[in-house]
Design a protein around this ligand. Sequence first.
Ligand SMILES: *[C@@H]1O[C@H](CO)[C@@H](O)[C@H](O)[C@H]1NC(C)=O
Ligand SMILES: *[C@@H]1O[C@H](CO)[C@@H](O)[C@H](O)[C@H]1NC(C)=O
Ligand SMILES: *[C@@H]1O[C@H](CO)[C@@H](O)[C@H](O)[C@H]1NC(C)=O
Ligand SMILES: *[C@@H]1O[C@H](CO)[C@@H](O)[C@H](O)[C@H]1NC(C)=O
Length: 594
Amino acid sequence: MRFPSLLVAFLAPLTVISKPLFKRWDDLEVKHAWVERPRGWTLHSAAPANHKFNLRIALKQDKFDDLLTHLYEVSDPLHERRYGAHLSKEEVDALVRPHPSSVETVDDWLKYHGIETASIQRSDAGDWLTLPVTVEQAERLLGTTYNVYHNNATSEYVVRTDGYSLPRVLHPHISVVTPTTYFGGLRRMKSMSFLQPQIEPIENSVAQNQAKGSLATVPASCSSKITPACLRALYNTSGYTPQAADTNKLGVAGYLGEFANRADLQTFFSTFRTDAVGGAYTTVLVNGGQDNQTKPGVEANLDIQYTEGISFPTPNIYYSTGGSPPFLTDSNTPTNTNEPYLDWLNFVLSQSTIPQTFTTSYGDDEQTVPFDYAITVCNLFAQVGARGSSILFASGDDGVGGGNCLTNDGKNTKHFQPNFPASCPFVTTVGGTTKVNPEVAVSFSGGGFSNYFARPGYQSGAVQAFLKTLGSTFAGQFNTSGRAYPDVAAQGSGFQVVVGGRTTSVGGTSASTPTFAGVVALLNDFRISSGKAPLGFLNPLLYSSAIAGLNDITSGSNPGCGTVGFTAGVGWDPVTGLGTPDFGKLQAIVKTIS
Ligand SMILES: *[C@@H]1O[C@H](CO)[C@@H](O)[C@H](O)[C@H]1NC(C)=O
Ligand SMILES: *[C@@H]1O[C@H](CO)[C@@H](O)[C@H](O)[C@H]1NC(C)=O
Ligand SMILES: *[C@@H]1O[C@H](CO)[C@@H](O)[C@H](O)[C@H]1NC(C)=O
Ligand SMILES: *[C@@H]1O[C@H](CO)[C@@H](O)[C@H](O)[C@H]1NC(C)=O
């Protein structure tokens, strides 16, 4: 075994010396290539050589390991010195700045290909480069062919590639280049809510009685129809009056074509939360996002009505993230990047002050997201956490997996299908429940184990206890060493949402997520008004002292992939996580932490 490695060591310098210097840019090595193209996408045609788009290059962040050390220290309630000592934007930027040699090497490569350094836009930390390119230029840079792909189910056309390469010497300097092999555009992201026409909307008189009631007990109608009154009673927030509305904020991430409607919010308040009538939210437009008030979105209204319904009068911000228009095959000058998380995250990270709580309800099957892309995006969430914000993500609406659950690694084996970003260890993932007395798991609640991210230390005890009880059930169908989710849960069915002036029933873990976020925003209000830091990245707290402040959900299951799915039980489970919040108890817990 020693001989071959000696041989390599001996030959390698010779090879380098014998090559003219520029040859290093021709020595390409595959960065990412699909074994099997994400399902649903077919090759339509070659991409026009003169089609222009923005190429984004993520440089390796030089001190990312240090950033993670900071993240875990400032989020660990047992760390007496550093809990809550969140980093500023400048401190985070310093840790994610690429090494000067990375910047120099990548600039040389781009210059070799005729790209002027001046045309490159750089993020404040210099870790993201954005450059306008033509298909022809991108193909030369990445040793690939760009094509137009069509998705029959959604009628979308995108410009992507089946694989791309980088010069061997650049691999240690670049984490990902996009758009390349991630096909999931805006519309591809499953919007995790659905209308529930089978659940009759609540009558106004009933709703108004609830809205006026003392909220000491959970109304019986909450078993099938959820209103703010139900959630405030169930999660024990109704006795709390926010005190830090001048500082504390809650952010809702929305993407292309989903607009929250201001008139609908007022109708919602006058029906379901009369003390909040007149309350408003702010809309922030990101990357060409719009705010079309004649086109109310179910998802956007659900989010804002329930974050406001629980956290009022905490200021809420709705981020309407645009993106370039979809690629039209018959247009000559389209631009199409459609990388919504990147646009939104890069925007948020460029701000010096950001909301202390974020909720977002979009996702994709993890296997349709290229590994290098998923790692890079997940690391951006770690940056948001280090800055002191809690990020909540929906766990998905397909139980352990939707459809036939076959892998796309060329082997076509049946395997539970985790969701991304739910599977990222730096976000808090929210599953769904239904009914009251007792609250049980809702059958669509997404849950499972990542194939990309290893199980983080904060959840090892909780998840190992579950795996021990599970035994060999479903062996081989999920990855026992992966990051497991959801972390927590909240009601997810029968939400009464006003859309276009009419009340309608909506369900999904995208209802659970703003609900949990509303409770977190109130906890942050309490911390801030007591002169303490906000909670920031929640998971280390949730899996330790905060367990006592969560209602364990012990029945129900999440079928999928032709199986009965996992079963909720005592302690953590991949259906409802650690359980649903009890604000009063959580408040007492976070009060004791420095
Ligand atoms: C494409 O979708 C249409 C309707 O949505 C369907 O009728 C047709 O069979 C589909 N074609 C393929 C190749 O899947
Ligand atoms: C707003 O939405 C309506 C309804 O879909 C549409 O007719 C109108 O063109 C949109 N306005 C803008 C500015 O996009
Ligand atoms: C299981 O998860 C681990 C940890 O993230 C990973 O290294 C491994 O590749 C995964 N296995 C499969 C079959 O995906
Ligand atoms: C609600 O919070 C209060 C403290 O505010 C606590 O005493 C009580 O146990 C909590 N739970 C319920 C179900 O009331």
